[in-house]
Design a protein around this ligand. Sequence first.
Ligand SMILES: *Cc1c(COP(=O)(O)O)cnc(C)c1O
Length: 407
Amino acid sequence: MADKSSDNSGQSAGIGTRIVKAGRRKEWTGPVVNPPVWRASTHLYEDMAAHTEGPKTNEDGRFFYGRRGAPTQWALAEALTALEPGAAGTMLYPSGVAAIAGTLLAVLRPGDTVLMTDNAYDPSRAMGRGLLKEFGIETRFFDPLDVSAFEAAICQNTRAVLFESPGSLTMEVQDVPAMTAIARERGVVSIIDNTWASPLGFPALERGVDIAVMSLSKHVGGHSDLMMGSASAGPDLYAKLRRRAQSLGQVVSPDDAALALRGLRTLQVRLQRETASALHVTRWLANREEIAAVLCPMLPGAPGHELWKRDFTGGCGLFSFVFHGKTASHRNRFIDAMEHFGIGYSWGGYESLAIPVDPAPLRSLGNWPPAGCYEQDRFGVRLAIGLEDPEDLVADLERGLAAWRNG
Ligand SMILES: *Cc1c(COP(=O)(O)O)cnc(C)c1O
């Protein structure tokens, strides 16, 4: 009889089934459903023969010492690998930013150049200006919407490219399959910050990306109570990520890994609910005269929708919009008037959030706002739609818009 208690679904079953089964090896869970929290620095060896053998075999899933994890962290890493077709392994990091830094430091050397999409998450951009620069690595930004400018930007020293699609705040979708094909031909490693879509919405490695990075603090955790990051890759790059993460001493706590695993099990249903609610809300916003543009590639007719429809298999609740005219203080009144949208960074939790968005000063190429658009309409808001009833969120936005008009 088949052993029904452990994961033998591999990467072939449907994604919902894989999310339920992934990482639940019998030797890690014992007789219960979830792998227990293994709090451990010291791992004890059976005898001297095992001790002599231990340090020589630097493999995943072998007891050695706490810095290389224990079953709780291994189960999470294995589950994330099972969700990313084409991945041979996943490294865990104490935050999403640590995952981005750990990945860039694994593939770049002094003298190299990295290309970065101009709509990358601001701490990624800051890494280019700071950490990487100080280590003799040059960062060049490219227009997320211009494939030929991207190709032209690749030079002799270009070693890696960082995509983020849809990008932070302004949500432009890159033609990742076209750009990664060019990168591969030129021997450039493609990295994506895939936090928005997760592998459920964008199977990055299948689309030509070499390393898929996520902040697990967002959707995977899903409950606004943990910080973590991950990077998944094929065998060669995974080995590089692992070596670099170990040399930097990166490790995540087993308690946080258990929380992340718990969040992961409901990721698909939460994303489906968020996506449906975000579509409900964006359709309503798109018809309001106070709104100049809804920046949400999931919305038919919005910028990036055609590429999104072609390349993505799902969405989430995060998008931005831009007001027609008025001032920052009108926008502040809009946000303050709402009861269900908290004011805070991060997103991907069960609760809705709003933050003000002013992308222009963050850009290097001066391509925001796009030519001919929103010149009078500088003030934006980013909304993270949570699991509340969408009608209540619309009523809240209605309240906010009244405050904006009367402000
Ligand atoms: C939040 C975020 C990160 C960083 O993740 P942390 O876990 O907060 O360090 C990286 N990329 C994107 C797109 C994010 O939104």
